[in-house]
Design a protein around this ligand. Structure first.
Ligand code: NIG
Ligand code: FE
Length: 450
């Protein structure tokens, strides 16, 4: 850790005698730790954080307008909030989730514990395909209620920007319906929600016809209705080939969707190489990636997103996070929250696991779960704290920010603040207008539907 943001911001008394005016200032920040600014950090930079002790942060319109040593502030504020001498880090960015699903997969876990591999469960029509059936059978209300509860879990764990994928629809109509549900979730969410169209599995009975329908109907409709910002394809032996994925991703690019891939989860069949060749924003999983894939990633700009919950749940080797950082690849970490391969409802726990399963150092993991994840999502104003950034932050349980990643599921409680307002547990679930304390129940920061 080095340096300090220093006193910075829009106006102090030295500027024409006008004292800076904030809606709200935060004091009692024992330690503020943040990546230096927007943009993916790679190599040694991934381990660099700015640190400020006894800081003050001023906020107006949901953005940081001043950040520096508390003693240097001479502005005025409508509201002063004392954070109790605890550590503050940027709000976490969960860049890979599948949190819209119905039907739990408890039997899959029993089967896997009895020795049946995840891929065999999938190949015999279970796994992801069983979630597709359960999602199709669920009503929109039940689907959304479950998704809200999961988003609430992630927020309680420190997430203030959450990517949500479709992918349990399958057909054109069902994928559109999933993205409409995600748009509804987004409309009422007190945190930033980033929607992604995931083309998850081929149609076993009509592979060619399904691909054609996705390219000719689904992707154009999704783009025209702004139902997703990104397109994702699962490249794997049981899913799509590299050639099929290229066709799908190119169709997405042609209508303005950012590209990301699920690749090298079980087999390194070329998904990483495709992601780098196409200039995808991120390529996620990488449990099966080896030295060749690491070298390819080091030669490109694609962010490598690690999903340690999958390694834990499926007993896979952890993706080679240490080697990726050392090779100069920008690494992100996410939950991959889903009912099968990663039932992990905590973004901060995903970061904590990356220390144990991927070999990241605490500073590298924090960068992975903030600014690098924001870069993977194309969000320049998230994942760091400084003038102009969204006032999204986590108040840690202690004065040392490392408490967030040292414990596994604690120490708590932590507080999550989005756009300068506290987001209490239940903020996404309760939509009856009830506001507890300073919470922002049902108060969206996403500016309406996608
Ligand atoms: O990221 N690998 C493919 N898709 C998801 C798994 C989803 C599921 O098992 O339901 C993943 O691991
Ligand atoms: Fe996934």
């Amino acid at each position: 850790m080095s340096g300090a943001p220093g006193g910075q911001g829009a106006g102090t008394s030295s500027l024409g005698g006008t004292r800076a005016r904030a809606e709200r200032v935060f004091t009692g920040i024992g330690q503020l730790v943040t990546p230096a600014g927007p943009g993916a950090k790679r190599g040694a930079q991934q381990g660099e954080l700015l640190e400020l002790r006894d800081a003050l942060m001023a906020v107006r319109g949901g953005r940081v307008t001043w950040l520096g040593p508390a003693t240097a502030w001479d502005g005025v504020a409508d509201d002063v909030i004392d954070l109790g001498d605890r550590a503050v880090v940027p709000g976490l960015v969960d860049a890979h989730t599948h949190l819209l699903w119905a039907g739990e997969r408890y039997q899959d876990l029993d089967d896997r514990l009895s020795g049946v591999p995840y891929e065999r469960i999938l190949a015999r029509g279970g796994g992801i395909r069983s979630t597709v059936r359960a999602t199709a059978a669920a009503g929109r209300g039940a689907l959304l209620a479950a998704a809200r509860a999961r988003l609430d879990d992630l927020i309680a764990s420190g997430a203030t920007t959450v990517e949500v994928k479709s992918g349990y629809g399958g057909t054109v109509e069902a994928e559109v319906a999933s993205l409409e549900a995600i748009a509804e979730l987004r409309t009422a969410a007190p945190v930033s929600v980033v929607p992604t169209l995931l083309i998850h599995l081929p149609d076993a009975d009509d592979r060619a016809g399904h691909l054609r329908a996705v390219v000719e109907r689904l992707i154009p409709e999704v783009a025209a209705r702004h139902l997703a910002e990104r397109i994702d394809v699962f490249v794997e032996r049981e899913a799509f080939s590299v050639d099929e994925a290229e066709r799908l991703l190119e169709a997405g690019r042609a209508v303005g969707l950012e590209r990301t891939l699920h690749a090298d989860q079980f087999h390194a069949i070329g998904g990483v190489e495709l992601a780098v060749r196409l200039g995808a924003r991120s390529v996620d999983h990488l449990e099966a990636s080896g030295v060749e894939q690491i070298a390819v990633l080091a030669g490109g700009s694609t962010v490598a997103t690690l999903l340690p919950g999958v390694s834990l749940e499926l007993g896979l080797r952890g993706a080679p996070g240490r080697a990726l950082v050392d090779a100069g690849v920008a690494v992100a970490v996410a939950t991959d929250l889903n009912p099968g391969s990663s039932p992990l409802h905590s973004t901060s726990l995903a970061l904590a696991l990356s220390l144990r399963l991927n070999g990241l150092r605490p500073a590298e993991a924090l960068v992975a779960g903030t600014v690098n994840a924001a870069a993977a999502l194309g969000r320049a104003d998230a994942g760091w704290l400084g003038v102009g950034a969204r006032a999204d932050f986590v108040v840690c349980a202690e004065r040392d920010w490392r408490s967030l990643l040292h414990g596994l599921g604690g120490p708590g409680p932590i507080e999550t603040w989005a756009a300068g307002r506290r987001v209490d547990r239940g903020a996404v679930i309760a939509r009856d207008g009830h506001v507890a304390g300073d919470s922002v129940n049902g108060d969206s920061v996403n500016g309406g539907a996608a």
